[in-house]
Design a protein around this ligand. Structure first.
Ligand code: PGA
Length: 236
């Protein structure tokens, strides 16, 4: 997999360029977007562009993951994405394909999500972040290459790190994630890796033979996947 390395200050702009390129080819492109710390410069860059008059136009968004049955409602990837991106860019709810996040009927809802993703034309560009243990979305280690959208149990560390995002107001133990197989169907994938502490996991994801133990390594099997890393992420 090709790895593009940029200075930290260039990270948001470099990610935004991927989106711009896709939108030029397809104005209503469906973009798969994560939450977490990694994409924050991307969202800041898109908000800054919007303030200068740029419009997301007909861009559509598909969520990569969500927590399962977490309360209160203002906690979780969807409110996060609304605050950081969807509301400032005026991307209306009917242009967002959400991952189901309620336990009642969840299996049928996951199957419906997969059908909707296909009916929306599939994902044009998927921009996952890289987790501390090689997870992408919430595909924790032991994720099969053909896994589909499903409920997953979070590892303790992932749960603790997610609780930190919310100042401890929630401690999500289970999540719903696009499967690895679902992700690999995206037309293009750019793995975003930013900040210190990711170098070793990135090295393993790129160099080790693909295996369920290192979910991001499955991206080696994608028909079109590249990595965008900032210099901090490859140094330490
Ligand atoms: P981070 O999380 O962007 O906050 O480092 C990445 C992830 O867990 O997928």
């Amino acid at each position: 997999m090709q790895v593009d390395i940029v200075e930290p200050v260039e990270f948001g702009r470099a990610c935004a360029e991927f989106i711009e390129e896709v939108l030029q080819r397809r104005p209503d492109a469906l973009i798969g977007l994560p939450t977490g710390n990694t994409p924050l410069p991307l969202y800041a860059e898109l908000r800054a562009r919007a303030q200068r008059g740029w419009s997301a136009g007909r861009m559509r968004v598909v969520m990569i993951d969500d927590y399962l049955d977490v309360v209160p409602d203002e906690i979780g990837p969807y409110p996060w994405l609304r605050r950081e991106l969807l509301d400032p860019l005026r991307i209306a709810a009917d242009r967002v394909l959400r991952i189901p996040n309620r336990e009642a009927g969840i299996e049928a809802a996951c199957a419906a999500f997969e059908r909707d993703l296909a009916a929306w034309g599939g994902c044009d560009l998927l921009l996952p972040g890289l987790g501390w243990n090689g997870h992408i979305g919430f595909n924790e280690p032991d994720a099969a290459i053909d896994s589909r959208t499903r409920v997953v149990k979070l590892t303790e560390t992932t749960a603790d790190l997610n609780a930190l995002y919310w100042g401890g107001r929630a401690h999500p133990n289970r999540a719903v994630t696009m499967g690895i197989g679902t992700m690999l169907e995206a037309r293009d994938i750019r793995l975003m890796v930013r900040g210190r502490g990711k170098a070793e996991v990135l090295r393993r994801a790129l160099r080790e033979p693909p295996s369920p133990a290192m979910p991001a390594s499955w991206l080696q099997r994608a028909h079109s996947a590249r990595v965008l890393a900032d210099v901090n992420a490859v140094q330490g």
